[in-house]
Design a protein around this ligand. Structure first.
Ligand SMILES: *Cc1c(COP(=O)(O)O)cnc(C)c1O
Length: 454
């Protein structure tokens, strides 16, 4: 057996002290956010009423390659970072593959995912600006949980609009949020104009992420001392998540391993963007080459079947427009889709990298995803989140290809979180009642026809 340990840890003083901003090295920058009314690019001042000022600057900064991580955030990172890079010896043995498989595990904190990396940064800048609190939306609750931890740490008020169906059917993350002091409201609610309008138009609706975003933005802009924060898609979030990729690269360098292939699941694109940023930076500077694969659900295939156009980020159309690979803001994945990653669009950075063919994308069906999740849980000992299991699926497929070709590829994937709160989805899989759904071309075309003409 090789000398590479099962877990490659960095020392505490090797946790990155700067985030890496891949936009600085991109020749084609991601398209700017635009005002839906005027079609003009948003300037920092235009975003100040909605987001914290420092975060607006980070959002628009396409030039600065390295941005200092404030000491307070570094101190918080020390509580749960560095996260381990694990050599999946047991999985390799089970697959009988010559490939070397590594995964970066971000589930070692109470929120159970990578989302805490950006939540703590966003809460810090809100506190520093002297705000009273922040508002946000959450679907199944991972982002709301991470943000509630971050707000409790800095003594900020937090109001979470949680998609109603999750609020009612997934009470556990809701209680974690409340334990950390957040106020959790089922969306659509009767607390906002948009919520009341949606409830009137669609009585009994169980809500959607796009609707909860609209409510959270309205709540932030209508209360003194509040701003809105978002857990994915935005450039600032990918910047904060670069801590994942920087640690991964440092750990691989430490053991003298060069990755051949890097795989990540893609919902809004934040963990993938964070994981690949330093590696893509090398590609952009002509220093190294990697094969990078974004993995998305077949039922919500924004990269593999969407269009690269300006679209709304939310149902209520209160947010700026973003140019991204999208299925249309009205697209809602089939109700039997249990695996997460259900956002209609994709990070503008990931979208541009994909359009420039620096990364590739693949879509996978949810029963295949859960089969991979089960294999992984049994041999590697971690119960993976359904989202993360999209990356596991493709890592296993690629390792099996290596078995045929005899290639000793180094495959690295992002294991973004744990699946303890996703047991209803696991139950469907175990009961054999989980179904796959792949939208037709007509359904996607119909939804895309609603995109604004810009
Ligand atoms: C939210 C989440 C994702 C998807 O979000 P991205 O912004 O695409 O990274 C993936 N895995 C887990 C565990 C999550 O909680």
């Amino acid at each position: 057996m090789s000398e590479i340990p099962y877990k490659i840890y960095l020392a505490e003083n090797e946790i990155p002290s700067k985030w890496y901003n891949v936009r600085a090295d991109m020749k084609n920058k991601p398209a700017p956010l635009v005002n839906p009314g005027t079609g003009e690019a948003m300037k920092a001042e235009d975003l100040f009423p909605v987001f914290c000022e420092e975060l607006c600057r980070q959002e628009l900064d396409n030039e600065t390659p390295y941005i200092d991580i404030p000491q307070e955030i570094q101190d918080f990172y020390k509580m749960y970072r560095p996260s381990p890079l694990v050599r999946a010896y047991c999985l390799e043995k089970f697959l009988d593959t010559p490939a070397h498989i590594y995964y970066k595990f971000e589930g070692n904190n109470t929120s159970g995912s990578h989302k805490l990396n950006s939540a703590i940064a966003q809460a810090y800048y809100a506190k520093k600006q002297g705000l009273k609190g922040v508002t946000t939306e959450t679907g199944a609750g991972q982002w709301g949980t991470a943000l509630s931890m971050a707000c409790a740490y800095f003594g900020l008020d937090l109001q979470v609009f949680m998609v109603k169906v999750s609020y009612e059917q997934k009470p556990f993350r809701r209680e974690v949020m409340r334990t950390y002091g957040a106020k959790v409201t089922p969306s659509p609610s009767m607390d906002t104009n948009i919520g009341r309008a949606i409830n009137e138009q669609f009585p009994g609706t169980t809500g959607s992420l796009g609707c909860a975003i609209s409510e959270a933005v309205e709540a932030a802009t209508s209360q003194e001392g509040y701003r809105y924060v978002l857990g994915s898609v935005l450039n600032q979030v990918l910047l904060h998540q670069s801590v994942i990729g920087l640690e991964t690269k440092a750990a691989l360098d430490k053991v003298g391993v060069k990755a051949d292939m890097i795989i990540g699941c893609a919902g809004g694109g934040s963990n993938l963007g964070g994981l690949i940023s330093p590696f893509v930076g090398q590609m952009l500077r002509g220093e190294a080459d990697y094969e990078i694969i974004a993995v998305e659900p077949a039922s919500c295939p924004s990269l593999t079947r969407g269009s690269y156009v300006y679209d709304f980020c939310d149902t209520g159309k209160v947010c700026p427009l973003a140019k991204m690979y999208t299925l249309g803001s009205g697209y809602i994945p089939a109700p039997n889709h249990a695996g997460g990653l259900r956002y209609h669009g994709m990070s503008p950075i990931i979208s541009q990298l994909y359009d420039d063919k620096l990364i590739t994308a693949r879509s996978v069906k949810q029963t295949d995803v859960f089969e991979a999740a089960e294999t992984f849980a049994r041999v590697e000992g971690i119960l993976p989140a359904p989202e993360s299991s999209h990356a596991i699926r493709v890592a296993i497929d690629e390792a099996l290809k290596c078995k045929e070709t005899g290639e000793e590829k180094n495959i690295v994937f992002g294991l973004t979180g744990t699946g303890y709160f996703d047991l209803v989805a696991y139950q469907q899989y175990n009961d054999g009642t989980m179904e796959d759904y792949v939208p037709t071309d007509e359904e996607i075309a119909k939804s895309l026809a609603q995109c604004p003409k810009i």
